[in-house]
Ligand binder design. Structure first.
Ligand SMILES: [Fe+2]
Ligand SMILES: [Fe+2]
Length: 323
């Protein structure tokens, strides 16, 4: 059995990781930007939000809290499921990715913190039993035409594909790590953050504007969107780097999106609580984001997916995508 004494001596290059190329690269620059753009929800004032919330109708209270409590859970989930990406960056020797991902994890933790404080200060609710009244349990969503299934990309997909990526990392199989990274980053950064969650942010901000209420919630969402923009383009930049070396990885992107295709095709269910919202706007937004992600990845768009998202005859609703 080998012991630690048997290890070869580490080279200088394996200890000193910085290069000028790395520091000029797009992912290192995202790290620098994340440091400059920090914010602290612990310093904010939540009293106006509390006063506004008390003045909303019970239906409006239920509607907005149904969304925010999903964000509270979703942000925690994405914080807690980020680790495989960091492990993969380490195994692939991408130190700029590791540095950037250290800020990414802090930001997801901060988003969780923001929602925890907001619910504590505005609803007096932090713990599961206190939040249960706002958690809307849904039956599994079914497309009445039977064409699309929907699933749980955040609560089932990320832990499942994250575990696969961890297994590849443990095995030290570089090709499996690269493929697993593309699959996991497609699900996490491209699909969940980059397409499905985007309309949820806009819906909350639009709702605050229509009601002229909840300024700190609105401000928090604006800050979160700025952080999410870096998360998304980290994922697409990193995957593009791998796809340029291995064009066959582009198919992994399409296959991963197709696993949860129905989640983008269905309409969001907020409409019941905020009838003033223009729902077509959010379907169009999903298409715009999907096209942007494909462009950033350097891959072809799947026109049939765009047609399905915009098809007015498809009208089943899906729950909140939040993270
Ligand atoms: Fe987040
Ligand atoms: Fe994020």
């Amino acid at each position: 059995m080998s012991t630690i004494e048997d290890l070869p001596e580490r080279t200088l290059e394996s200890r000193l990781r910085f290069t000028r190329d790395m520091m000029a690269g797009p992912i290192y620059r995202k790290y620098e930007k994340a440091l400059r753009k920090t914010w602290d929800p612990g310093e904010w004032d939540y009293s106006q939000d509390r006063a506004d919330f008390e003045k909303l109708t019970p239906e409006q209270q239920k509607g907005i809290a149904m969304i925010t409590v999903r964000f509270l859970a979703g942000e925690q989930e994405v914080t807690d499921e980020l680790l495989p990406m960091i492990y993969a960056a380490h195994m692939l020797g991408k130190f700029d990715w590791v540095m950037y991902l250290s800020t990414f994890m802090v930001e997801e933790a901060r988003h969780s913190q923001f929602f925890a404080i907001w619910h504590d200060k505005v609803l007096d609710a932090v713990e599961p039993d206190e939040l249960r009244p706002y958690w809307i349990d849904r039956e599994k969503t079914v497309d009445p035409s039977g064409r699309f299934s929907t699933g749980e990309p955040v609560y089932e997909g990320l832990p499942f594909y994250g575990q696969q990526l961890l297994d590849a990392c443990h095995a030290g199989d570089i090709q499996a790590i690269e493929e697993g990274f593309v699959r996991f980053a497609t699900l996490y950064n491209v699909w969940v953050e980059g397409v499905l969650t985007m309309p949820s942010y806009e819906i909350v901000i639009d709702t605050c504007d229509i009601w002229n209420a909840l300024p700190t919630l609105r401000h928090g969402f604006k800050e979160i969107i700025a952080d999410e923009g870096r998360h998304i383009t980290f994922g697409t930049t990193a995957c593009r780097e791998l796809i340029e070396e291995h064009p066959e990885y582009a198919q992994i992107v399409h296959d991963t999106i197709n696993l949860y295709r129905g989640n983008a095709v269905g309409m969001l269910e907020y409409q019941r609580f905020v009838p003033e919202l223009n729902l077509d706007k959010y379907q169009l937004q999903k298409v715009r984001h999907y096209k942007n992600r494909c462009r950033e990845l350097g891959i072809d768009v799947d026109q049939t997916l765009i047609d399905d998202i915009l098809d007015p005859s498809i009208d089943f609703v899906i729950g909140v995508e939040a993270g």
